[in-house]
Design a protein around this ligand. Structure first.
Ligand code: RAM
Length: 552
């Protein structure tokens, strides 16, 4: 709802503005030839996909249980006796368990069995990432994004035998088959089923040194989450939205550095985003790969994601030392920071009014009540620091010579949000206190390590402070804790938050997670949430990057 409302409001604001005040952009910031060159490089780095075939053989029951996640769990796993050899009549409602979460294509074969079929057969297949998706009725549909993301597929079979492939790519662990129609005289059997899973992740990272079972499980689920999201781009979620988003990409690439190290995939994503930038040179926050690579045509700029691209490129360079790619994309990074001064007040503080006027979407986290001013300030400074580090590594600092002074001014501006009495950063007119604000001020190094630890400790102790609503922000909270020397607390927080999902049965980590509310959904309907979501995969990064904290 909030997402839609924000987007609609922004489209309206921007279109009204563009009719009145904004002059048409005469020229494209990057030439079409340049963009085509970047897209070509993206194309050349399309990764190979690796396939595994799973034959569904295990049957389970989905039962109601108040203690279970969203009220349902899968129990009683057993071999589905006679599944392929007997008539399918009477088996309507059967639930099969693939044993783990998979992303790919589903094919089945139906044959006659003992008698002729004198009418079409209609079957419904419902694919689910979590058990409740098979029990919470989808209709009347109440979600705010397309009902068609839900994975229920009706197939009508006119002639037997028939081998049928469900055209859409699926993402699931469980599969329910319902018979919606068949002839009372006919017998038929499902003689084969196959789920061909795909990923561009290869190999498996080394085992962990810790004997902490929960951390091992968290690591395993993180790996699985990342693996499933690794397709021909780093996708945000294989069930939804199947596409590349910059914020997700950054966290995936951090995690990938410590796992599969698919450099071609990383390179492809960096290039494809550059090749699909807007006419004014700013990056689109998300892009589609098919039928040909293209951005979503909305006049919205999720500016913080455009800035996070710079951190992503910087991290890529530091990890891979691939100077050629970084030099090639440096003009893109340089462009992304240029809007910052136009969004500040005279003291160097982010001005939400100016951002609204420019039609910027401010996200930070899926948390409706969050005031984003302090966080945006922190993100901008963080991005400037990252960009400057990138420039220095490439010997380009002269091109961004104004950046150190801008950082200084913005750090000073940020201190206007510091409430001396409370000892924390506040945000917006209502001086809101949140985890997000402290986290981003720490990551922007507006305060030093000691003071950072103090403000984080204060916010954690404040029960009224606005908490994170998604693993995306939670990642940055953990990073801020590690950076300020709160290693043990960070480890406990990972065990509580991501461990909470594991304890609720997660095979892969979720798009949103609130320990106190199983039904939280940015789209007003929990089954449409993604339960294998890229930005949730980072425990594997923390566990492996900081073994002295997480593996001891
Ligand atoms: C969700 C997407 C993606 C995220 C955006 C902001 O809808 O799935 O993960 O980057 O929101």
């Amino acid at each position: 709802q909030m997402y839609m409302k924000t987007i609609l409001k922004q489209i309206l604001a921007v279109s009204v503005l563009s009719m009145t005040t904004i002059p048409a952009i005469a020229q494209h910031y990057f030439s079409d030839a340049q963009k085509a060159e970047w897209l070509k490089k993206a194309q050349e780095n399309t990764p190979e996909l690796f396939y595994t075939t799973i034959k569904p053989e295990i049957q389970v029951d989905i039962v109601a249980d108040k203690q279970a996640f969203q009220g349902y769990k899968a129990v009683n796993p057993r071999k589905a006796e006679g599944l392929y050899s007997e008539s399918f009549k009477g088996k309507s409602g059967i639930v099969l368990d693939l044993g783990d979460h998979y992303t790919g294509y589903f094919t089945f074969r139906v044959e006659e069995f003992q008698s002729d079929s004198d009418a079409p057969i209609r079957l419904k297949f419902t694919f689910a990432e979590v058990p409740a998706e098979l029990r919470i009725p989808f209709d009347p549909y109440k979600g705010t994004i397309s009902r068609a993301w839900l994975q229920d597929e009706v197939v009508t079979i006119e002639q037997l035998p028939a081998t049928i492939k469900i055209p859409r790519r699926l993402s699931c662990r469980y599969l329910q088959i319902d018979i919606l129609g068949d002839s009372q005289y006919a017998q038929y059997r499902i003689s084969d089923m196959k789920f061909v899973a795909q990923t561009s992740a290869k190999g498996a990272p080394a085992a962990l040194a810790t004997s902490d079972k929960l951390l091992q499980d968290i690591d395993k689920v993180s790996q699985k989450t990342l693996r499933e999201c690794m397709q021909t781009v780093f996708e945000d979620g294989p069930k939804r939205d199947h596409r590349l988003w910059i914020g997700d990409l950054y966290l995936q690439m951090l995690a990938d550095n410590y796992t599969f190290q698919n450099r071609a995939l990383a390179k492809r994503c960096l290039y494809i985003l550059a090749g699909l930038c807007k006419d004014d040179g700013y990056l689109n926050h998300t892009i589609f790969e098919t039928p040909v690579p293209h951005p979503q045509v909305v006049p919205i700029l999720l500016y913080e994601y455009a800035l996070i691209y710079n951190a992503t490129l910087n991290d890529y360079l530091q990890e891979t030392h691939d100077t050629q790619t970084a030099l090639d994309l440096w003009p893109v990074a340089k462009r992304q920071i240029e809007k910052i001064p136009s969004l500040l007040d005279k003291d160097g503080l982010f001005d939400p009014e100016k951002a609204n006027k420019q039609g910027l979407w401010q996200l930070v986290d899926w948390q409706e009540s969050l005031d984003r001013q302090a966080s945006e300030q922190g993100i901008y400074i963080f991005a400037l620091e990252q960009t400057y580090q990138l420039a220095k590594t490439l010997g380009k600092e002269k091109e961004v010579a104004h950046v150190p002074a801008l950082i200084k001014q913005m750090k000073k501006g940020a201190m206007k949000l510091y409430d001396k009495q409370k000892g924390v950063f506040v945000s917006g007119k209502d001086r809101q206190v949140s985890y997000a604000s402290q986290t981003w001020m720490v990551l922007a190094k507006v305060v030093g390590k000691e003071q950072g630890r103090e403000i984080l400790s204060r916010v954690f102790a404040d029960s009224k402070a606005v908490k994170p609503g998604s693993p995306y922000l939670y990642h940055y909270v953990i990073q801020a804790m590690v950076d300020t020397g709160m290693g043990q607390e960070a480890k406990e927080a990972v065990k509580n938050y991501w461990g909470g999902m594991v304890q609720k049965g997660a095979d892969t980590f979720w798009e949103v997670y609130d320990p106190d509310n199983d039904f939280i959904s940015p789209y007003q309907f929990a089954p449409i949430n993604s339960y294998c979501h890229a930005w949730s995969c980072t425990p594997i990064y923390f566990i492996r990057k900081y073994p002295e904290i997480f593996q001891k």
